[in-house]
Design a protein around this ligand. Structure first.
Ligand code: PLP
Length: 385
């Protein structure tokens, strides 16, 4: 690792093989993966259908550029618009969550420029949010610890303490509110559904855009196609990335403001190429079947029950379960307990994530089997003991 920049505190393990939610290291030790690469490998490791689709595409055309039509990109855009329920929507493809959020901010700023007498450009985000690592999405992220060293930042970001506080932060220059519906990195904190519906309606009345960052919550992670569907709202802009390509890098922005950006306003060299959009198509096809057959719901309930069991069995260590679908966390009583459990879990070969101040986060592949769940929780309990 000596030639890599030291940006991650890595576990010293080399995974060489994967199947579903199971990974093997180079000494053939088996691990249960409750992280899916931070919510990316949504259809599991070594998925045969996804890898076949990718291989077939790679043998033909991987990339041409957005100067020419790309049929799987057009098809994926149609599916995203129709499934999201965002009427007359359009899609822009890029390669990551941060880039999707950058795109959303550009759309909002241009909308603010061309509508109204004064330019509206301010964006309200929430404390404890996470929106990415580029200079503007870092500034959008309402966690001061990330801002150290990297200023000066672009102007126009304001942080609200919670949903109610957003109303206090609105002024005549506000163009958009950008939020996660369930804060992921912040600790798996879902907002109240009625509060969000009220916010959505209120912003519409005032012609302020609602941008929902679904980079982590999108593509069935919370049980519905989008968390926005679960919350029954129609945002102006939705951003996606993590689970969409099953591990192939892809980001997407779905917006009802489909005529704001014009040729030359925005672009991406790799965005929406044959390979990533072909992957996206296959991932959605697999997960649609999983959702429609009731399997996703069944797996979610099974997983949830195992989490509730932990709180019941170890009330001295954990206080509650949070989240929706297969985006979940166990909230520990202290950061020490949380850190110790995550460390012990790794030693016992079950992979879990940290989030927020004192949560153990779970983002398993959506296609995880009951056997893998059982095995993972046995190891987790051993670790907690
Ligand atoms: C991961 C994440 C991002 C950043 O995505 P990248 O692909 O790492 O740029 C942005 N927003 C949310 C909510 C995320 O979870």
């Amino acid at each position: 690792m000596q030639y890599l920049l030291n940006t991650y505190a890595r576990f010293d393990v080399e995974f060489v093989r994967g199947e579903s939610a199971t990974l093997w290291d180079k000494d053939n030790n088996e691990y249960i993966d409750f992280t899916s690469g931070i919510g990316v490998v949504s259809v599991g490791h070594g998925n045969v259908r996804l890898s076949n689709a990718i291989c077939e595409q790679a043998r033909n055309i991987i990339h041409i550029s957005n100067l020419y039509r790309i049929p799987p990109q057009e098809k994926l855009a149609e599916i995203l618009v129709k499934k999201s329920g965002l009427e007359n929507g359009g899609v822009f493809f890029c390669n990551s969550g941060a880039e999707a959020n950058e795109t959303a901010l550009k759309i909002a700023r241009k909308y603010g420029e061309i509508n109204g007498e004064i330019k509206r450009y301010k964006v309200i985000t929430l404390e404890n949010s996470f929106h990415g690592r580029t200079i503007s999405t870092l500034k959008a992220t309402g966690q001061p610890k990330f801002h150290q060293y990297f200023g000066p930042f672009p102007d126009g970001f304001t942080y609200a303490k919670n949903i109610e506080d957003i109303y206090n932060k609105i002024d005549d220059k506000t163009i958009a509110v950008m939020i996660e519906l369930i804060q992921g990195e912040g600790g798996v904190n879902p907002f109240d559904i009625r509060e969000i519906q009220k916010l959505s309606a209120e912003l519409k009345k005032r012609d302020i855009l609602l941008i929902v960052d679904e980079v982590q919550t999108g593509i069935y992670r919370t049980g519905e196609f989008l968390a926005s569907n679960l919350y029954k709202i129609n945002p102006d802009i939705v951003t996606l990335a993590k689970g969409l390509g099953g591990g192939v890098p892809i980001g997407a922005v779905i917006t009802t403001l489909s005529d704001v950006l014009k040729p030359g306003d925005h672009g991406s060299t790799f965005g929406g190429n044959y390979l990533s959009t072909r992957a996206g198509l296959e991932v959605i096809k697999i997960l649609d079947e999983y959702y429609e057959s009731g399997m996703l719901k069944e797996t979610t309930e099974y997983f949830e029950n195992r989490l509730l069991e932990i709180v019941k069995e170890f009330p001295d260590k954990f206080e509650s379960v949070s989240g929706f679908g297969l985006m979940r966390a166990l909230r520990a009583h202290s950061v020490e307990v949380r850190d110790e459990v995550v460390k012990k879990a790794f030693e016992n070969r079950v992979l879990v994530l940290k989030a927020g101040e004192k949560s153990v986060r779970f983002l398993p592949p959506l296609t995880i089997t009951k056997e893998e769940i059982d095995e993972g929780f046995d190891r987790l309990k051993e670790s907690i003991k």
